[in-house]
Design a protein around this ligand. Structure first.
Ligand code: CO8
Length: 372
C-alpha cells in the first residue's frame, strides 16, 4: 500500500530548567570546584573552570529552556545528573512509560484502536537497558499483537524509523506502525561540561505511519524519503558494556555526550542542504516551493542556513518553525515536535519536509503532503 502519516503524539515532562537556573547551578559547581582545587590550580596542575553564561547560550544556540524528567538532582551541584528510583522488573521502565504516553496521544488523534496496530519501533538515541527491547515493552503496555524492535540512529532515529515503517507498509508486512521516540537525553548529557551543558532536553514523541487505505480522512502522504550516513567522531559517546571494568569506565566525560560543535555545524549544514535539494529534484518537488520545513532542533543558526539554502531566501518562523527555545535539542524527537505543534494551519495540497541530522553523522528527509 501507500504509506502516510496518520497522526503524531507528544509527551512533555512537567519540569523545566531555564538558562538562568542552569547557569546558576553550573556556576555554583565551578565555584566549589575552583575552591576545592585552589592549590593545584595555583600550581598550574589543574585548569581553573570558567563560568557559563546565559547570554552565550542563547546567542550560540537559540535555546532558552529545556524540559527534564528530574530537575532537582540535575541542578544540585553535588549530583548534576538525573536521579530516578530504580524500578523493579514488574514496573514500566522510564522510556516505556513516556513512550506509551506519546503513543496514546498519537493513537487518540488518529482515532485508532490499538487492535489495528501491527508494529512498534522504539527509535531513539539511547536505550535504558540492553534487552528486552524498549519497543517490546511499549508494545506490551499498549496491548499490540505484532512485532517490535529498538533502533538507534541518534538524532535521526525518528526519520529512519518513519522510512522503515513506510517500507513495511509498502511491502505489506504491516498496515499500521507506531514509531516512538522517548528521548531521556538528560541521562547522557554531561551537565558539568560548559561547552554542552545547555544543549539537551527530555521528551517523547510518536508517529503513526499507516497504509493510506486505513488512514483517517486528514493525513499526510509520504511523498518520498532519503537517508544518509557518513561516519564522524565529532559527536560521540563511548558508553557501553565493554567498558564496565575499565578504570576509564562509567562516569568519565567520554562515556557521556561529547562533540566538536563548530565542526559539526560546518560539516552538517552543506551535507543536509545538498541531500534535501537532490532528493526534492528526484521527487519532482521544487524545494523553493516547500510550504514548511520541520527541521531537526539542534541550533537556530544551523537551521537558518539550511532553510536559506533549500528555500532560496531567509526563512520566516512560519516557514521554518522552532521549538528549540522551549525544548532545547531533544535529539530524534526535535523535528517531530516541530511538526506536531506546527502543522494544523496548513491546507490540503501543501508540501513540507521533516528533516533530521546529527550524530553518525546521520540525516533523514521525509517529504510529506497534506490530504483532507
Ligand atoms: N558559557 C560561556 N562561554 C562559553 C560556553 C558557555 N556555556 N561554552 C563555550 N563558551 C566559550 C568557549 O570557551 C569559546 O571561547 P573562546 O572563543 O575563548 O575559545 C567560545 O565560547 C565559543 O565556543 P564555541 O566555538 O564552542 O561556540 P559555538 O558558537 O560554536 O557554539 C554550539 C557552540 C552551540 C555547540 C554550536 O557549535 C552548535 O550548536 N553546533 C552544532 C552542534 C550540533 O548540532 N550538534 C548536534 C549534536 S546532537 C546529536 O546529534 C544527538 C546526539 C545524541 C543525543 C545525545 C543526548 C545527550
Amino acid at each position: 500500500g501507500r504509506a502516510v502519516i496518520s497522526s503524531t503524539g507528544l509527551f512533555t515532562p512537567g519540569e523545566t530548567i531555564t538558562n538562568e537556573e542552569l547557569v546558576e547551578s553550573y556556576n555554583r559547581y565551578v565555584e566549589i570546584f575552583n575552591a576545592d582545587n585552589a592549590q593545584a590550580i595555583a600550581a598550574g596542575e589543574v585548569a581553573e573552570l570558567q563560568p557559563s553564561s546565559v547570554e552565550f547560550i542563547e546567542k550560540a544556540s537559540g535555546i532558552k529552556a529545556r524540559h527534564v524528567m528530574t530537575k532537582a538532582p540535575i541542578l544540585d551541584p553535588e549530583t548534576m545528573a538525573p536521579r530516578m528510583r530504580e524500578r523493579s522488573n514488574d514496573e514500566p521502565s522510564v522510556m516505556a512509560e513516556i513512550g506509551v504516553k506519546a503513543a496514546r496521544d498519537a493513537l487518540e488523534r488518529a482515532g485508532r484502536d490499538v487492535a489495528d496496530v501491527d508494529a512498534v519501533l522504539c527509535a531513539a538515541s539511547n536505550m535504558e537497558r540492553a534487552y528486552p527491547a524498549m519497543a517490546i515493552e511499549i508494545q506490551q503496555e499498549l496491548g499490540i499483537d505484532g512485532f517490535a524492535f529498538d533502533m538507534n540512529v541518534a538524532c535521526s532515529s525518528a526519520t529512519f524509523g518513519i522510512q522503515t515503517a513506510a517500507d513495511y507498509i509498502r511491502a505489506g508486512n504491516a498496515r499500521s506502525v507506531l514509531v516512538v521516540s522517548p528521548e531521556v537525553t538528560s541521562g547522557h548529557l554531561n551537565w558539568r561540561d560548559r561547552d554542552s551543558h545547555f544543549i539537551f532536553g527530555d521528551v517523547a514523541t510518536a508517529v503513526l505511519v499507516e497504509d493510506a487505505e486505513m488512514a483517517p480522512a486528514e493525513h499526510w502522504d509520504i511523498l518520498g524519503t532519503r537517508l544518509k550516513t557518513v561516519f564522524s567522531n565529532n559527536i560521540r559517546n563511548n558508553f557501553g558494556f565493554l567498558n564496565r571494568a575499565s578504570p576509564e569506565g562509567e562516569g568519565k566525560p567520554d562515556k557521556l555526550f561529547v562533540q566538536e560543535g563548530r565542526k559539526v555545524f560546518k560539516e552538517v549544514v552543506p551535507m543536509v542542504a545538498e541531500m534535501i535539494v537532490t532528493e526534492a529534484e528526484r521527487l519532482g518537488i521544487d524545494p523553493q516551493a516547500l510550504r514548511r520545513l520541520w527541521l531537526h532542533q539542534a541550533n537556530a543558526g544551523m537551521n537558518r542556513l539550511i532553510a536559506q539554502r533549500v528555500l532560496g531566501h531567509e526563512a520566516s518562523a512560519d516557514e521554518s518553525p522552532t521549538v528549540l527555545d522551549t525544548y532545547a535539542n531533544t535529539s530524534s524527537a526535535g523535528s517531530i515536535i516541530a511538526f506536531h505543534k506546527h502543522h494544523e494551519d496548513l491546507s490540503a495540497g501543501d508540501t513540507g519536509l521533516i528533516c533530521s541530522f546529527g550524530a553518525g553523522y546521520s540525516a533523514g528527509a521525509v517529504f510529506v503532503r497534506k490530504v483532507g
